[in-house]
Design a binder for this molecule. Structure first.
Ligand code: MOS
Length: 742
């Protein structure tokens, strides 16, 4: 037995320089493989416990009440009548309910003050009863009176429009450069608002124990969610613990806490009993964050060879008055196309619609619809094939800031994708017909900025040679449990099933959480660093160095020594890995790249669009798990189909209320809308500047540009250029060539 060495080797890394590719030297051979989710069997058996399902004794049920005016003040709530109804325990309003930082209503609202209303459907009260049915009945019959004020709900005519200074960018002389182009495009695009539409609705169970709040919720970023909840409840963060071991989809809607978490916490404290608040689907639509609609004007000019010389991307988005967030519409544009003369303007219209926030690739998802369709229009105007035009415009450095790219395989994705998809068979506009259907192909570039977030993980080698990973990271359906067990198994020479991954408890080491496609790389890097610490500690015990140490199949080898891992672990070893962003993110343009190809069929008499085939090809650095990575790409491409063809939140023009606030009216793609999707990953790429595992974000890359490929395919099929998305039949039908009605 080796000498005891309980001192752990913790490893902290700030990403200031390129990192060596240590993972490529590991020999277990499990990383990158198409490993199924370890928690999959629990999920299909219904044994993975989601937020509303935790067994907490003595639960009371809360139901949120929504405002039925757009703007004004609650004058009175008839609590007395509600309290006479069967089973009703309390009607709560004011106080913490209105102090929900994640929803932006951070007004200092003292207890007992009746709420101000800023949008139709805003939560104004919670009714608590002994059963869900009793709480819902009381909530639905609760008498609320209001004093109404004038509201503005239309972003186009809003009287208050702000222009954040840092988003107004002009380089060169855009007007002169645009005029001087050999070919020009000037086009106005619109996209409608979106909602996250996660399968699992927001739900929270709150229980207080000696002044500490314990909450089972469905959230993406627990360290931030703890801070938000503590702030809302007036508690130190140490007095809040959140559990979210399984999350049924996030898509941005669960980045921050939502009203039901605060309502449950507040109600449980008031009545001295655990309270569960589950949002109905309509409530999720009405009172969690939406993605703004956008109006985008794109102007592009190129020279006779197709080289883009001038580019303007100007947009208007909306949000509630006082909200700091605004959709970064032009974010992707800065990574894609050069040109000396450039203009970016960004306007935020203040409207009384539900607060706007991050939904599935905020920025690129909608910005690249307009940009990549406009590039297609430019290719058409210049008479150059759209793949070729993009290849002629590959920048050598990032257009914004002239930074070197850390890794950018856009050109390769365009070429390989075109070859795999059969792009050479694309005909001229409206030249292919199959019975009643026009058939066409379209292409778009994909780009999504890549972000590394601070993240901590603890990895323990147990005395029996198995390992445990512990971090407050979440798995929102993305595959976190799988990839973290693969990273640890690869580094420690174990089978993935010898690694237990503990996630979704805010008492564990604080991770990045899941959001902005930064989760896998950030928490994965922390696990990698912790394993490096364990490897160093093991090497020390074996009298060798980490570089000389080989770990495979539970055996440690160094030179001519071979020892079963369990023999050197004694009472176990534990190490903490801590990754922090550093200078590389300022010194390099770091983004994932790719290309989308779509084949669509447009019905010649109705304008109905069907996607027949789609291929996405992506460069994301190291692939951690081919199965879950491809699944992320498929999901992104499906969202692309949704934003191209069907997804739109409809706000009533009179009061801004969301009319289609359920999944019957808000059309995410269903199985019949989605054809066979081909997701291709360039598995040999690495990004040395991104993080120590050389892997980049992927979930949102699959969305960015996907809808544009479909829009461009519609044009190639039938010659109708859609600039208002989604491209529902009413926008296509009037413009179809009708000569062949016969
Ligand atoms: Mo994402 S929209 O940052 O979950």
């Amino acid at each position: 037995m080796m000498a005891k060495d309980q001192a752990t080797m913790d490893v902290t890394l700030t990403m200031d320089t390129a990192q060596p590719r240590r993972l490529d030297q590991m020999v277990q051979g499990v990383l990158g493989g198409a490993m199924a989710r370890p928690e999959g069997p629990l999920k299909v058996r219904g044994a993975a416990t989601y937020a509303a399902e935790h067994a907490v004794a003595d639960l009371a049920e809360g139901v949120l009440v929504r405002a039925t005016i757009t703007k004004g003040k609650v004058k009175a709530i008839d609590e007395a009548a509600a309290l006479k109804l069967p089973g009703v325990i309390a009607v709560l309003t004011g106080g913490p309910l209105l102090r929900n930082p994640a929803q932006g209503q951070a007004s200092e609202a003292p207890e007992q003050v009746l709420p101000e209303v800023h949008y139709f459907g805003q939560p104004i009260a919670v009714v608590v009863a002994d059963s869900f049915e009793n709480a819902r009945h009381a909530a639905q019959t609760l008498r609320v009176t209001y004093t109404e004020a004038k509201a503005e709900v239309d972003p186009e005519t809003a009287s208050t429009v702000e222009r954040p200074k840092k988003s107004q960018i002009e380089t060169g002389d855009f007007d002169a450069g645009f005029q001087a182009g050999a070919h020009q495009i000037d086009a106005l695009y619109h996209t409608e608002p979106h909602t996250s539409a996660a399968m699992e609705p927001h739900a929270s169970i709150a229980r207080w124990d000696q002044g500490r709040l314990e909450l089972w919720g469905s959230y993406q970023m627990l360290k931030h969610n703890v801070a938000e909840l503590a702030d809302a409840m007036g508690l130190p963060e140490s007095k809040v613990r959140i559990h979210a071991p399984y999350v049924g989809g996030g898509f941005g809607g669960k980045l921050g806490i939502a009203p039901e978490a605060v309502a449950a916490a507040h109600a449980a404290r008031e009545i001295g009993r655990p309270v569960r608040v589950v949002m109905a689907r309509q409530q999720v639509f009405d009172m969690t964050l939406r993605r703004t609609e956008t109006a985008q004007r794109l102007r592009l000019a190129c020279d006779a060879t197709g080289k883009i010389t001038a580019l303007a991307h100007e947009d208007r988005v909306s949000n509630l008055p006082g909200e700091s967030y605004s959709e970064p519409v032009a974010q992707g544009t800065h990574f894609l196309y050069g040109g000396a003369d450039r203009r970016f303007t960004h306007e935020v219209a203040r409207v009384h619609r539900p607060a706007a926030g991050s939904v599935r690739a905020p920025g690129e998802a909608v910005g690249m619809i307009a940009l990549e369709c406009a590039v297609d229009e430019l290719a058409e105007a210049a008479g150059i094939d759209p793949v070729e035009l993009r290849l002629r415009n590959l920048p050598k450095t990032a257009p914004k800031g002239d930074l070197p790219f850390s890794e950018n395989a856009l050109g390769r994705c365009l070429k390989e994708g075109a070859a795999r998809f059969g792009w050479d068979k694309r005909g001229t506009t409206a030249s292919r017909r199959d019975g009643d259907w026009w058939v066409g192909l379209g292409v778009a570039a994909a780009v999504r900025t890549n972000v590394l977030e601070e993240s901590i993980a603890r990895v323990t080698l147990e005395p029996d040679g198995s390992a445990t990973v512990a971090t407050d990271m979440t798995d929102i359906g993305t595959g976190t449990y799988a990839i973290l067990s693969q990273i640890a198994a690869e580094m420690l020479g174990l089978r993935p099933d010898q690694v237990t991954v503990k996630l979704g408890d805010s008492d564990l080491p604080k991770s990045s959480g899941s959001g902005g496609s930064f989760g896998a790389q950030s928490c994965g890097s922390a696990v990698f660093l912790a394993c490096q610490g364990l490897r160093a500690a093991l090497a020390k015990r074996l009298g060798t160095t980490e570089e000389e140490l080989t770990l495979k199949d539970g055996t440690a080898t160094s030179g001519n020594r071979r020892v079963p891992l369990a023999d050197v672990l004694d009472s176990g070893l534990s190490a903490t890995g801590h990754i922090k962003p550093g200078d590389t993110e300022d010194d390099f343009a770091i983004a994932g790249y790719g290309a989308h190809f779509a084949e669509v069929r447009v019905h010649a008499f109705t304008g109905e669009v069907r996607v027949a085939r789609m291929l996405g090809i992506f460069s994301i650095g190291r692939v951690l798990n081919r199965l879950t990575a491809e699944s992320q790409c498929h999901g992104g491409m499906i969202w692309g189909i949704g934003s191209a063809l069907s997804e739109e939140l409809q706000h009533d023009r009179r009061d801004g209320r969301i009319v289609n606030h359920d999944l019957a009216g808000y059309h995410v793609p269903c199985h019949l809308d989605v054809p066979q999707l081909d997701a291709v990953l360039l598995e040999d790429t690495r990004d040395d500047q991104a993080n120590p595992i050389q892997a980049k974000g992927i979930g949102e890359l699959g969305i960015s540009g996907a809808a544009a490929a479909i829009g461009n395919a519609i044009f190639n099929a039938c010659g109708v250029r859609v600039r208002d998305f989604p491209a529902t039949p009413d926008k296509i039908f009037p413009h179809l060539p009708f000569d062949d009605w016969g």
